[in-house]
Design a binder for this molecule. Structure first.
Ligand code: SF4
Length: 211
């Protein structure tokens, strides 16, 4: 009989936080909080050893481990398999053929939207600041006088594009860092990146501040 392994679905990612750990299901947009002990096993022993062998390492925890793994299977976060080599991890590198992925044009006074009039209106309004994100205060130019392409391709404009939550103080210890929708601007001080707009979650206490 072949050995049985347990593996998470490739779209489900174990994310370790300072206090809490979660399995993030990126396809279904949901997550499951889990204890550190099972997170350790998912990250280590269960990746390379059959379930029966892992159980033999923790004879006092066989029932608990079974309950956890069955819960993951029932809720479709993971599955048992005799052929784990058929389920390699995803390559998470992301390539896009364009220079920018999406953009937003904020218009304040155009009633009948007309693309041909858009830039004329922007010129007259003195609007059209080019930013990394709408709420950021830093502007890099204006569509009325600058080339969007030149600005978008400039190192200054792209400086923050590749900074992930893994590199930002506080966020790097947060279990929600791969699902977080914060678009705060980022500052670099004293050798660390910080978000300008602090969120109400504290990974150190695992609590949201009441509003
Ligand atoms: S902004 Fe808040 S919720 Fe988002 S990753 Fe950072 S600490 Fe976590």
């Amino acid at each position: 009989m072949k050995a049985t392994y347990f593996t998470l679905y490739p779209n489900c990612f174990l994310t370790r936080g300072q206090v809490e750990n979660i399995i993030l299901d990126t396809h279904r947009g949901r997550y499951l909080p889990i204890k550190s002990q099972i997170a350790d096993l998912l990250e280590n022993e269960l990746k390379t050893q059959p379930v029966s062998q892992v159980k033999s390492l923790y004879p006092g925890w066989i029932k608990g481990l079974d309950a956890y793994l069955n819960h993951f299977v029932e809720n479709e976060y993971g599955f048992y398999t005799e052929e784990p080599h058929h389920f390699p991890t995803y390559d998470l590198n992301f390539h896009h053929p364009g220079v920018i992925f999406n953009s937003i044009i904020a218009i304040e006074s155009v009633e009948d939207f007309d693309y041909q009039l858009l830039f004329q209106d922007l010129l007259e309004l003195g609007a059209g600041n080019i930013k990394n994100y709408l709420t950021h205060t830093q502007t890099f130019g204006n569509v009325a006088r600058d080339s969007i392409r030149d600005i978008v391709e400039s190192p200054d404009f792209q400086e923050k594009w590749h900074i992930s939550n893994d590199q930002i103080a506080k966020c790097r210890t947060c279990q929600f860092r791969y699902m977080c929708i914060s678009n705060s601007d980022i500052v670099f001080k004293d050798g660390k990146y910080y978000k300008v707009d602090d969120c109400s979650f504290d990974p150190l206490t695992n609590r949201w501040a009441s509003t």
